[in-house]
Design a protein around this ligand. Structure first.
Ligand SMILES: NC(=O)c1ccc[n+]([C@@H]2O[C@H](COP(=O)([O-])OP(=O)(O)OC[C@H]3O[C@@H](n4cnc5c(N)ncnc54)[C@H](OP(=O)(O)O)[C@@H]3O)[C@@H](O)[C@H]2O)c1
Length: 258
């Protein structure tokens, strides 16, 4: 039977590339983001695959956003088999001088909406004995992140939540995957105002498409923690043997302005 997936943050970057991959695999889509025009353009592009694509222009950092998504799907009788919690953003700079509203929206989007959407859509998947959930974590999930402290902390939450939930769901037919990319070419760097960070200098970043291809395979295979890239996997292994005091100083140096 044809499956239906919901993808948050489908208007750009990794989310948009995931939408193209799922569409090519004949999976019906519900695409959510704030930029309605970009979603309309994407829907037109995906029409070639003869799937059903619904779009929902919504600010997912609002407290009731997840409920609105769920109510929309119920009203349209859309049964969700695959949930991709991809929408997210970061913010670069010292916490003390950060804009509180931006930190609050980040915590709501990266943590609250992701968790609430999972809570709302999970019961149907369990009842149906099939479901796939992909949560966008990050390499940042494994480390404290000076100069992006709130962002790194939100991604640590995503990894911890995803791993724990995947264990609770063992044997249910529903899997949870935490996708952990390193720095990736997308709209993320501009949104986070981090183009001066040393972490981005002199590096050719993987494309959003590279990460989406890897993430989709990991999702469908039911992999729990999916770290994109050999060097990133190596770094995560090295972190396990590195004292936290050294790890946080290392990130501080990497994140400083070049
Ligand atoms: N790029 C990286 O280096 C990197 C590395 C590790 C993890 N990640 C994670 O990957 C995920 C996707 O990011 P990306 O790299 O593809 O960045 P991106 O190109 O900036 O895409 C972010 C997506 O999230 C949506 N979004 C942002 N705020 C939103 C809001 N308030 N309500 C609804 N949608 C919102 C954006 O759509 P609208 O602006 O249209 O709302 C856009 O579609 C994020 O969770 C990010 O933390 C990225």
């Amino acid at each position: 039977m044809t499956k239906t997936a919901i993808i948050t943050g489908a208007s750009s970057g990794i989310g948009m590339e995931l939408a193209k991959i799922l569409a090519a695999d004949k999976i019906n889509l519900i695409l959510v983001a704030r930029s309605e025009n970009k979603l309309i353009e994407l829907k037109k592009e995906l029409d070639q695959y003869k799937i059903s694509t619904s779009i929902l222009a919504l600010d997912l950092s609002k407290p009731d956003a997840a409920q609105m998504v769920f109510d929309y799907c119920a009203k349209e009788n859309l049964k969700v088999d695959i949930l991709i919690n991809n929408a997210g953003f970061g913010d670069y700079g010292m916490f003390i001088s950060s804009d509180w509203k931006k930190q609050e929206e980040m915590i709501r989007l990266n943590i609250q909406t992701l968790t609430h959407l999972t809570h709302l859509f999970l019961p149907y998947m369990v009842k149906n004995k099939y479901g796939r959930i992909l949560n966008l974590a990050s390499l940042a999930s494994f480390l404290p992140g000076p100069l992006m402290s709130v962002y790194y902390a939100t991604k640590a939450y995503v990894l911890s939540f995803s791993e724990a939930l995947s264990t609770e769901l063992e044997g249910s037919g529903v899997t949870v995957t935490a996708l952990c990319p390193g720095p990736t070419e997308s709209g993320f760097q501009n949104a986070a105002a981090m183009n001066e960070s040393k972490i981005l200098q002199g590096r050719k970043l993987p494309t959003s498409k590279d990460v989406a291809i890897y993430g989709y395979k990991a999702l469908m295979d039911g992999k729990v923690v999916a770290i994109h890239g050999f060097l990133n996997s190596l770094m995560v292994s090295a972190i396990r043997f590195t004292p936290r005091s050294i790890a946080r100083k290392f990130v501080r140096t990497l994140q400083d302005k070049s």
